[in-house]
Write a protein that binds this ligand. Structure first.
Ligand SMILES: [Zn+2]
Length: 327
């Protein structure tokens, strides 16, 4: 039995897993890397070391040969070429990870942006099982999304499709990290929710998005109001998104989505105010199911989704097409 490695590369951690076709990883590792301070060479070395560690574990379990590596990276990726065009908070710009790791490990390597990887995971094993078209929105420190349309991951012509966090909802609004004003991210990201809460309290209160949601769930009016306002703006953005794309389902993941009903109840209440009656009636808005495992699970699915991987495996292992002779 062959296995696949899924790697989820983040700013401070690399998560990896060994998969044989299910959402359950046979080996899970999580390596603290502090990649935000690392050079490109250090990040690549950390990734290689993590892959080798996973291969060692897999060989200890006797589960066969590695057939491919899937890698999710936060940022813009040209998946066809395997190039990370620009990664958020990581020194990975214009780097061909596919070539790099295929050369090192002699198996196909598929690279994709982390939100798209999460969308694949939720479609295969999570909240969007069986859906051919879905929007997967991740709300944490930033806000991103991955789209699957007619069964295919949609990247856009310049590989930047799905930047919902930087759709502008109020041009006179707060300054966003991207340099524009009033982007969705300025209304709903974790840090912005905390700032909105502190503005209401008129003091700096030491809270996290998690404790804020706990306060809302416990009935604290200011915390409830913060989530309600965020939900209203998110409903507006989602309604616009859905008006254009008409997906079957919207899945919301990331740290802020863990707030649960204090976010989702007002979101479902406001959505019909902005969406068409048909969209409001038909499109489901649900929390993600895979949590922070979606990155590793989805990365492993990249290899399964890769149409060229079989041919790539043959060529990388030096097998000629058809005759099977080694060259
Ligand atoms: Zn922005």
């Amino acid at each position: 039995m062959a296995y696949v490695i899924g790697l989820d590369v983040g700013g401070s951690t690399i998560k990896g897993g060994v998969f044989t076709g299910t959402s359950q990883s046979l080996v899970d590792i999580r390596v603290k890397t502090y990649s935000m301070q690392n050079t490109r060479a250090e990040i690549l070395a950390n990734m290689s070391a993590t892959i080798r560690q996973l291969m060692q574990h897999a060989s200890g379990l006797g589960i066969g040969d590695l057939s491919g590596i899937g890698i999710g990276v936060p940022g813009f990726v040209n998946a066809g070429e395997g190039v990370v065009i620009h990664a958020s908070n990581l020194e990975l710009h214009d780097v061909n990870l596919k070539l790099w790791f295929e050369k090192e490990f002699s198996v196909p390597c598929v690279v994709q942006g982390d939100a798209r990887v999460g969308a694949l995971a939720e479609r295969e094993f999570g909240a969007a099982r069986g859906s051919d078209s879905l929007l997967y929105i991740v709300i944490g420190t930033g806000v991103g999304s991955g789209m699957i349309l007619d069964g295919q991951v949609y990247e856009g012509d310049h590989f930047v499709a799905g930047e919902i966090g930087h759709t502008i909802l109020n041009p006179d609004g707060d300054l966003c990290a991207c340099g524009k004003h009033g982007c969705l991210e300025t209304f709903v990201s974790g840090p912005r929710l905390i700032a909105a809460y502190q503005r209401r309290l008129l003091r700096d209160e030491d809270v996290t998005a998690k404790t804020l949601s706990e306060r809302a769930a416990a009935g604290e009016p200011d915390a409830i109001a913060v989530f309600r306002e965020a939900a209203q703006t998110l409903a507006l953005a989602l309604a616009n998104y859905c008006t254009i794309l008409d997906p079957a389902i919207v899945v919301i993941g990331g740290g802020v989505s863990l707030a649960g009903p204090v976010l989702f109840e007002p979101l479902r209440e406001f959505f019909p105010e902005y969406a068409s009656p048909l969209a409001s009636k038909s499109i489901k808005i649900v929390p993600a199911e895979l949590g922070d495992r979606s990155g590793v699970v989805g990365a492993s699915l990249l290899v399964k989704e890769c149409l060229d991987c079989e041919a790539a495996t043959a060529s990388l292992k030096g097998v000629t097409n058809g005759s099977g002779t080694l060259v």
